[in-house]
Design a protein around this ligand. Structure first.
Ligand code: ZN
Length: 398
């Protein structure tokens, strides 16, 4: 480049010694041969046509491509697959806090109509669920997957708050398939069916959630049309996740006195899952009853272990009660006992989701900057981030 530039200058000097007509011809020739000639320092971009920086126009959705991903001008840009996605860097204006808390909601049973004799605490009607989705959306919550939670890969629009949905026990109200004209489809009157319809109306809410299953329930898990493989594949193909809830819904406090009992209840569940889908590896576990072994030395087997030739490792272990969790970058985050908030049942109880909702405000919750690659916190909360837990994310304070 330099060499070529010097050559061009030499030619230019020769040209200056010749006639005016010749000069014009020479200027044109070398200029067209120098790569990037139009971007020389003297060529300042036109301020009217220059692309605005994210700082200059915070309200324009900016997918923030990394330098390597910046598309060539001549190539068509790939549309952002995240509808309504927005990254902002004018932090003072919307006060992101990515050290704040994240609610992980726990669902159990869903019914069309509540009937006497049904469990009152863990049963929700579909209409209550629909109303709750609206409330969460209105309040600024957006769904993230368990995997993204574990990795603190928070990919929700700037100014919104991440939330995780978890479903225990594999009940049919959570999800089931129906057959129509020989085709399997989701039952619209199931939590997944309702979430899919809601996501069509509000695509930026997201369709995420993890279902913790007991493989000993066999074909009764998500009971309905199709077989277990059809049901699991439908969930996975739609970006939903499966986790383990143990073989036999074991109570680890009263029912597990030895390491073998623990590894068997977990390993057998994993083994049965592999027999349905060969690569269905459970990376997250919901503790049945929120129970922990009394013997603290045995708790390491909840995290990882081996049963026969089945090895398992859980990146997150979910409890039952009763508050939002610290985010994975927090020094107080404990992946081995992550609190959850229960969805309100027919009878409200203290610390259920309805109780928490008015308390889950932006001043205490995780408020995203929209960029999954950065962790943005106010300067005053810098100590609320453990830098060894950043998982490759860039810490930004303001
Ligand atoms: Zn359960």
């Amino acid at each position: 480049m330099n060499k070529r530039y010097r050559a061009a200058l030499a030619i230019l000097a020769i040209c200056l010694m010749i006639s005016g007509i010749m000069l014009t011809a020479c200027n044109k020739a070398p200029g067209s041969e120098i790569p990037g000639n139009t971007n020389t320092p003297g060529n300042t971009p036109d301020p009217v046509t220059a692309a605005p920086t994210p700082e200059a126009s915070p309200t324009i959705p900016a997918p923030a491509p990394t330098p390597e991903e910046t598309p060539d001008v001549a190539e068509p840009t790939v549309p952002d697959p995240r509808p309504g996605h927005l990254i902002r860097t004018d932090y003072e204006n919307f006060l992101p806090n990515e050290s704040g808390e994240i609610p992980i909601i726990m669902f159990h049973r869903f019914v069309e109509v509540f009937e006497p004799g049904m469990d009152k605490e863990f049963t929700t009607t579909f209409s209550e669920f629909e109303a709750m989705l609206e409330k969460l959306y209105e309040q600024g919550f957006r769904l993230i997957s368990m995997k993204d939670f574990i990795e603190c890969n928070i990919d929700v629009p700037a100014g919104t708050m991440p939330i995780v949905f978890t479903f225990d026990d594999g009940t049919e109200g959570q999800f089931n398939l129906i057959e129509e004209n020989g085709v399997l489809k989701v039952n619209p009157r199931s939590a997944v069916g309702i979430m899919m319809a809601f996501n069509e109306k509000h695509p930026d809410f997201g369709l995420k959630g993890i279902f913790y299953v007991n493989m000993d329930h066999g074909n009764n898990t998500f009971k309905g049309a199709g077989d277990l493989e059809d049901r699991f594949r439908f969930l996975l193909d739609n970006g939903l996740e499966l986790g383990t809830h143990t073989w036999g819904h074991i109570n680890f406090t009263t029912g597990a006195k030895t390491a073998d009992q623990i590894t068997e209840s977990i390993g057998r569940n994993q083994e049965a899952a592999y027999s349905v889908i060969p690569n269905l590896e459970f990376y997250s576990m919901a503790l049945p009853y929120g129970s922990l072994p009394k013997d603290k030395d045995l708790r390491a087997f909840l995290r990882e272990g081996t049963y026969k030739d089945i090895r398992y490792e859980h990146k997150s272990i979910l409890a039952v009660g009763a508050n939002p969790t610290k985010p994975p970058v927090s020094p107080d985050y404990n992946p081995e006992y992550i609190p959850r908030i229960r969805m309100q049942g027919i009878e409200p109880v203290a610390q259920d989701l309805t109780w928490w909702l008015p308390k889950m405000t932006a001043d205490r919750m995780f408020v995203s900057d929209g960029d999954p690659n950065t962790i943005v916190v106010p300067e005053s909360r810098k100590d609320r981030v453990d830098e060894s837990r950043l998982n490759g994310k860039i810490l930004i304070t303001y």
